[in-house]
Design a protein around this ligand. Structure first.
Ligand code: UDP
Length: 452
């Protein structure tokens, strides 16, 4: 489009509708996108389930529409009930989304501010068809990595090649079709339905926005682009445009930061497994002893719901806090962005959720990887074997944990990893500056949204 024509179009303010999946790792990037697009002059309407909504009063510049989802409020979501919650949302929210779009579109018809499009999470199976019934253009926000998407898109081919059902005996064998993945990184068949939905909803959309950067996933982005007729916009790292801890569903404990202030530079291991992973009591105790025996300072997020049945922070062995003393701090939820950027933090023991992965890369903090489910094994494989910026925790015994922590935090063993992740940190900074890859991509996205 010609420059003059585009600037005419830009004079008309447009509304963008955003529809995040109500999981912490999906809500945060969608709210980041809301802030980014708002700063570009769009009016933003957030369509959110009542379930797991951040507090709208933290976002006075956004308009909210809530969907009645029929789910119990304030229930703790864990990976154990993920499928139930997702399918309840998929079946309960179709009509509420239809009603909501109908209301927004009729209001927009009279207020001179056209609705450009709906940007939905591609895990919603119904957002595409509902938007289509209103002739409303729809894009998706891919909150995970593009390397994981390449795998999801390849599942029919991998099934044909005989990888499924997965065989434990073959877990350590490579998957030559998708290096550097191993058989154990592939998702089990029970997850294939939801992954196929994600692929279909993405491919049927009119454009893909993703929280990644060319400098990290150029090959995966180019591969996905070959199978999608509409543009892909890698605009990450999205949390770096503005910090929105306000989109946190749990309250971050800011004493984490005052405690970090008392620790020497690069000595603290930050430990967090994100918002929905679950561990057993035995695993918790092995972690506790591994951390204590490593003699390394640690900040450990023990989230309510980290164990299915018990409040884990009450399960610590008698005398544990005396043994650990000031060297260890346990919190229910941390201000993770501030923690990772704190000079005292030297390593991150992570479940390798995509947001945590990107956030750690942006601060140059090498990772100890313990993936649990979904895309985490794929992310961990790329962290350890492709980008080589982290170590894999192979066995969850206290001895193994202790030696892995020592290896990650000691200068000698992790020196090269630190050099590599510092280089990525620099690239992640540069890509957001004028002429950088994500900066350019956001410019393209803004023009695209204006032309829809
Ligand atoms: N997070 C946080 N405090 C914590 C743990 C996590 O603010 O104590 C944030 C973290 O910064 C990230 C998100 O929660 O943005 C978790 O997303 P991720 O994709 O890493 O994992 P998920 O929760 O989806 O498994």
């Amino acid at each position: 489009m010609e420059g003059e024509e585009m600037s005419q179009l830009r004079k008309v303010r447009r509304k963008i509708l955003l529809f995040p999946l109500p999981l912490q790792g999906h809500v945060i990037p969608m709210f980041n996108l809301a802030n980014i697009l708002h700063s570009k002059g769009f009016s933003i309407i957030l369509i959110h389930t009542r379930y797991n909504s951040p507090d709208p009063t933290h976002f006075p510049h956004l308009t909210f529409h809530f969907l009645e989802d029929g789910l119990p409020q304030n229930s703790r979501l864990t990976s154990n009930d993920l499928t139930t919650v997702l399918s309840a949302i998929q079946s309960n929210c179709v009509q509420p989304l239809q009603d909501c779009l109908s209301q927004i579109l009729s209001a927009a018809a009279t207020d001179q501010e056209p609705v450009a499009c709906l940007i939905s999470d591609p895990m919603y199976s119904f957002a595409g068809s509902v938007a289509q019934s209103f002739n409303l253009p729809r894009m998706v926000l891919r909150t995970g990595g593009m390397s994981a998407f390449v795998l999801y898109d390849s599942l029919p081919m991998l099934r044909q090649n005989g990888y499924f059902p997965l065989q434990v005996a073959k877990f350590d064998e490579p998957v030559p079709e998708l290096p550097p993945l191993k058989v154990k990184d592939l998702p089990p068949e029970v997850q294939h339905g939801i992954l196929a939905t994600t692929v279909k909803e993405t491919k049927n959309s009119q454009g893909v926005i993703c929280n990644t950067l060319e400098e990290l996933e150029d090959y995966a982005i180019a591969t996905v682009q070959q199978s999608i007729p509409y543009p892909i916009f890698p605009i990450g790292p999205m949390h770096k445009y503005s910090q929105t801890s306000a989109a946190s569903i749990l309250q971050p404990d800011h004493t984490s930061l005052s405690w970090l202030n008392t620790q020497p530079p690069k000595t603290v291991l930050y430990v967090s497994f994100g918002s929905i992973a679950v561990i057993s009591e035995t695993e918790f105790l092995e972690m506790a002893w591994g951390l204590a025996n490593s003699r390394q300072p640690f900040l450990w997020v023990v989230r309510p719901g980290l164990s299915k049945d018990s409040e884990l922070s009450e399960m610590l062995p008698v005398g544990y806090s005396q043994i650990v003393g000031e060297r260890g701090k346990i919190v229910k939820w941390a201000p993770q962005l501030e923690v990772l950027s704190h000079p005292a933090v030297g390593g991150f023991w992570t479940h390798c959720g995509w947001n945590s992965t990107v956030e750690s890369i942006c601060e140059g903090v090498p990772m100890l990887c313990l993936p649990f489910f979904a895309d985490q094994a794929i992310n961990a494989r790329h962290i350890c074997d492709n980008w080589k910026i982290g170590l894999r925790l192979e066995k969850k015994t206290r001895e193994n944990i202790e030696s892995a922590i020592t290896k990650l935090m000691a200068d000698g063993d992790s020196a090269e990893m630190r050099i590599r992740i510092t280089a990525f940190k620099e690239k992640a900074k540069l890509c957001l500056q004028k002429d950088g890859s994500s900066y350019e991509s956001l410019e393209r996205l803004t023009n695209y949204l204006t032309s829809l």
